[in-house]
Design a protein around this ligand. Sequence first.
Ligand code: TRP
Length: 365
Amino acid sequence: MAKIILTGDRPTGRLHIGHYVGSLRRRVELQDSGEFDRIFVMIADAQALTDNADNPEKVRANITEVALDYLAAGLDPEKTTIFVQSHVSELTELSFYYMNLVTVQRLQRNPTVKSEIKMRGFSDSEDGSDNKAGIPVGFFCYPISQAADITAFKATTVPVGEDQEPMIEQTREIVRKFNSTYAPVLVEPEILLPDNAACLRLPGTDGKAKMSKSLGNCIYLADDAQTVRAKVKGMFTDPEHLQVSDPGHVEGNTVFTYLDAFCRDEHFRKFGNCFQGRKESFLFHNLDEVKARYRAGGLGDAMLKNFLAEVLEDTLGPIRERRAKFAADIPAVMEMLRKGSAEAKAVAGQTLEEVKRAMKINYFE
Ligand code: TRP
């Protein structure tokens, strides 16, 4: 069976380094591994509109931002089909048929949808007695549309963050239900989670659980070097590490979580001078040695943050340069998306035909 990847992002903001370590970096590795027959990466604008219906300008503006972030991170349109969800109308059509295979009760149990309803302040009372805005039906159904996204391309592998696990589980249920009710047309996908705990859910610079635009705790791929440095300087560390000589905590210390996600041994050869101060000087070869020293006491946060800033710049510098290069020719980016969307449409169209045949609604064939 062909090995096919499908994944995507909602275009509701520029992508940040949480997206990078949580998914973008992995996608580029998968793309370059040569192990997959086809790779599709989708800008999920239709899904973004399910809770941004009154803000189409925001979604529109972020189509190019996200496309630039993809190209900057190293996705290559020669190897990966990058496309826009709303321009593959087959996905909407599939969603409508899948809706018959899912109950309202099952959707209500989806933990990610549940927590998003809370986060967005939608009402969860049946009679509207809590005076909050109700849940848009489109939003409520987006896990079904996500199943359409995945199955339209017969994806076998879906690299996503752990918050997407319930979506993949629902997709698998829909596939089983469809295949047993009609005919074995659809493919059950596997989730591919980040392999490093720090990458699974990179905290915000304030140490809060997740990087999120609304919390203002993000480092964006488009941030310039100075901005990144300033954000690192202001980062949350260990509130009990008051004196340099105090023993410090590594767990729950955001600077260390970021180092876990970004730092490689070669960075100690490149940026070892960050640990050479006037008062204290250290020679480290790897992150474990730094952690041991921090726990024992004597290693200051300023040195550590200087090092982290260098490590981040080592990864983000080249991304920023590529982004600027692509941003200089937006019409070429749009043309890439247009071509990708046409390719995706052709593939999804084939699946839709098989689906209709299986459902016996191919009356005019
Ligand atoms: N829900 C995903 C997110 O919020 C975006 C998405 C839409 C997606 N359709 C998908 C991801 C299909 C993987 C597969 O990031």
